[in-house]
Design a protein around this ligand. Structure first.
Ligand code: ADP
Ligand code: XUL
Length: 518
């Protein structure tokens, strides 16, 4: 038997895929969209949109309900989980869940006649989970950096300067603002280790891929950094699960899944990782050489690294590569949600969006530039209070569609230069990667061909591949089966386009500087 299950708990949805690792085929896949399938939580994009001063939280009970819903829907649709030999998963990075010490015991005794939400709700010491979009912890970042001797130290020890969305600063804020609830907290999980624990029926470790996104893990030692942990909050070390390599097995699947959804009691669980590290695996980019752009809720650019190299400007990150070694990552908050804002503004659908971008405006938009920062941006750190155009007047829908994408990818090209890699091709993934207009602009801005994979959802596929790798299957064999570019779906750069963007780059960077100073 050779079936493995991968799950991905992302910002907007929970997805699953079953792979046959011998035949190299996708056997089943399905997804629950938090906004559409669970509207009762009032979180249309998977998070509470009413947060003030940069606070962005999600409801962890919604995630639990989504897991029961997804698996029961798959069972109803005829999926047989009894032949699955291993399960693992991927989680949106940085988000954290705060639980009482009894969480582990509760997991070990879950009853299949009830649901996860009803049985685990009482374990929460914090009813909401800060997620990666939260930018409310500038004060805590500064405090942590000062306590350990400055941001250069935080960066050299953890792979990133102190970052608002990272889990350490988020934990510090919770400990400062809700000290009683923090004191009642026995264990703090990432989204990845929370779900992994549920599948394993016990508290399990945080992997090196996702653990590096906390400002708490020592990158070289691959364990909690005592100084950073101490600078973050009192008594934190006892509340953190251990760190472990991504390919760590964590025992047989919990009896909850055996009794409720028909899993085999011998199905093995492998600890989960973050969505970007899982995507690195799914894209077949575990060895240095391939550059991937993921176009999900956020846009990210990542690549495996032969040795850790940190961003001198502090925007990029170094995470553990689930296959061993390191990966770099740069995250742009204004990804799909910014493109969606333009789509909604002009009442377009994605097909119109694509055509307008491709055919009705010239490359470079005749010099019209947009800073596409609908939300405060992470890379670079700037809050323009909404999109800003370089020229006065009301741009047409066609000009705006082109401007938002040219702005996004000029910004991405500028802020990934520190990686020092000159890719020969770029591999794209994520919900927006199907859009040819977006793919064309990426090819033009970077001046290289763009490829897409044959299978959708690289984080979910990568999670399933990690499940197989964790139980001893060969990663190179899995990559040769599941991470191949889709024939006929590559996009070539247009003649002369890169030169136009080369010429625009200096003015684009000046435009950012002007807005930063205004
Ligand atoms: P996440 O993993 O962060 O939840 P996904 O990778 O599933 O996100 O991508 C979801 C996003 O993809 C949606 O927000 C939507 O804006 C975008 N998207 C979906 N289809 C298209 C399309 N055809 N063109 C452009 N964007 C799209
Ligand atoms: C990466 C990041 C996002 C989340 C959500 O640092 O914040 O890409 O992982 O997908």
């Amino acid at each position: 038997m050779s079936l493995v299950l991968g799950l991905d708990s992302s910002t907007q949805s929970l997805s699953a895929v079953i792979l046959d690792t011998e035949k190299g085929i996708v056997v089943a896949d399905d997804s629950v969209n938090f906004g559409k399938d669970l509207p009762q939580y009032g979180q249309p994009h998977g998070y509470d949109e009413s947060g003030a001063r940069g606070r962005v939280h999600s409801n962890p009970l919604m995630w639990l309900e989504a897991l029961d819903l997804l698996l029961s829907r798959m069972t109803k649709n005829g999926v047989d989980f009894s032949n699955i030999i291993a399960v693992s998963g991927s989680g949106q990075q940085h988000g954290s869940i705060y639980l009482r010490s009894c969480f582990g015991e509760k997991l070990a005794s879950l009853s299949a006649s009830s649901d996860l939400k009803g049985q685990l709700a009482g374990c929460l010491t914090r009813q909401s989970s800060p997620i990666w979009m939260d930018s409310s912890t500038s004060e805590e970042c500064a405090e942590i950096a000062t306590a350990v001797g400055g941001n250069q130290v935080v960066c050299s020890e953890s792979g990133s300067v102190a970052v608002e969305r990272f889990t350490g600063p988020q934990i510090r804020k919770f400990a400062k603002t809700e000290p009683d609830a923090y004191a009642q907290t026995g264990v703090i999980h990432l989204v990845s280790s929370f779900f992994a624990s549920i599948f394993s029926g016990k508290n399990v470790a945080i992997d090196h891929g996702d653990g590096a996104g906390m400002n708490l893990m020592n990158l070289a030692g691959k364990d909690w950094d005592r100084d950073l942990v101490k600078a973050t909050a009192d008594g934190l070390l006892e509340k953190l699960p251990p760190c472990a390599p991504s390919a760590t097995k964590s025992g047989a699947v919990s009896s909850y899944f055996v009794e409720k959804f028909g899993f085999s009691p011998t199905c093995e669980t492998v600890i989960w990782s973050g969505d970007n590290p899982c995507s690195l695996i799914g894209m077949g980019a575990a060895s240095p050489g391939k550059v991937v752009i993921s176009l999900g809720t956020s846009d990210t650019l990542f690549a495996a690294m032969s040795e850790p190299r940190t961003d001198p400007n502090g925007f990029g990150h170094v995470f553990g590569n689930p296959a061993g070694g390191y990966m770099s990552l740069i995250c742009f908050k204004n990804g799909s949600l910014a493109r969606e804002a333009v789509k909604e503004q002009f009442g377009l659908d994605w097909s119109a969006f694509e055509k307008e971008a491709l055919s009705t405006t010239p490359i470079g938009n005749e010099g019209l530039m947009m800073l596409p920062f609908y939300e405060p941006e992470i890379t670079p750190a700037i809050d323009t209070g909404g999109p800003v155009f370089s020229e006065p007047g009301e741009p047409s829908s066609e000009q705006t569609v082109r401007a938002v994408m040219e702005g996004q990818f000029l910004n991405m090209r500028a802020h990934s230069a520190w990686l020092g890699v000159d890719p020969e091709r770029i591999y794209i993934t994520g919900g927006a990667s199907e859009n040819d207009g977006i793919a064309q602009i990426i090819a033009n801005v970077f001046g290289v061909p763009v490829d897409r994979l044959d299978v959708p959802g690289s984080a979910t596929i990568g999670a399933a591949m990690r499940a197989a790798h964790g139980i001893g299957k060969d990663l190179a064999d899995l990559e040769s089966k599941f991470s191949q570019p889709k024939e006929g779906r590559n996009i070539e750069p247009e003649e002369g386009a890169k030169e136009i963007y080369d010429g625009m780059m200096a003015s684009f960077l000046d435009f950012i500087k002007e807005q930063k100073n205004s």
